[in-house]
Design a protein around this ligand. Structure first.
Ligand SMILES: [Zn+2]
Length: 145
């Protein structure tokens, strides 16, 4: 039985569970889109424990995406980090195990910025600025009318 992304609560009653996974995005049922691609692997690191009547999963997640740069349109890779994600679920709602795959997938998608710039600072940005400046120079004579 595949126990990836599954926390068996019986086991947790005795000892906290360390979580350390390196998975492919396909393992999270993520399908790449034309303008948003997950690359490399997804690193998941943290622990699961029981607190009172709740299952708590506390994770750091690191993953990589490529998206077209919002300025020059070149695909650019970005490393994204989710720090201290807390997933909580009432123990009374869990029969034997809790699967946190969907929580991870949702957290990843929430973390994706709506636009990226290559290397955090697109080279083309300088050119765009210059172009804008030139155009405003060009428009300048109109203010004399
Ligand atoms: Zn760019």
């Amino acid at each position: 039985m595949n126990s990836k992304f599954k926390i068996f609560v019986d086991r947790l009653k005795k000892v906290d569970e360390e979580i350390k996974e390196k998975v492919s995005f396909q393992a999270l049922d993520i399908e790449n889109e034309k303008e948003l691609k997950f690359t490399k692997h997804i690193l998941i690191d943290g622990k699961a424990y029981i607190s009172n009547e709740d299952l708590i999963i506390n994770l750091n997640i690191k993953f990589y995406i490529t998206m077209p740069c919002s300025i020059c349109n070149k695909f650019t890779e970005k490393e994204l980090l989710i720090k201290n994600l807390y997933i909580t679920e009432m123990l009374s709602d869990i029969s034997t195990c809790y699967e946190y795959k969907d929580d991870i997938r949702n957290a990843c998608f929430l973390e994706i910025p709506s636009f990226v710039e290559c290397m955090g600072n697109c080279q083309e940005r300088q050119n765009t600025k210059k172009k804008l400046k030139k155009e405003s120079d060009k428009n300048f004579p109109f203010s004399n009318l």
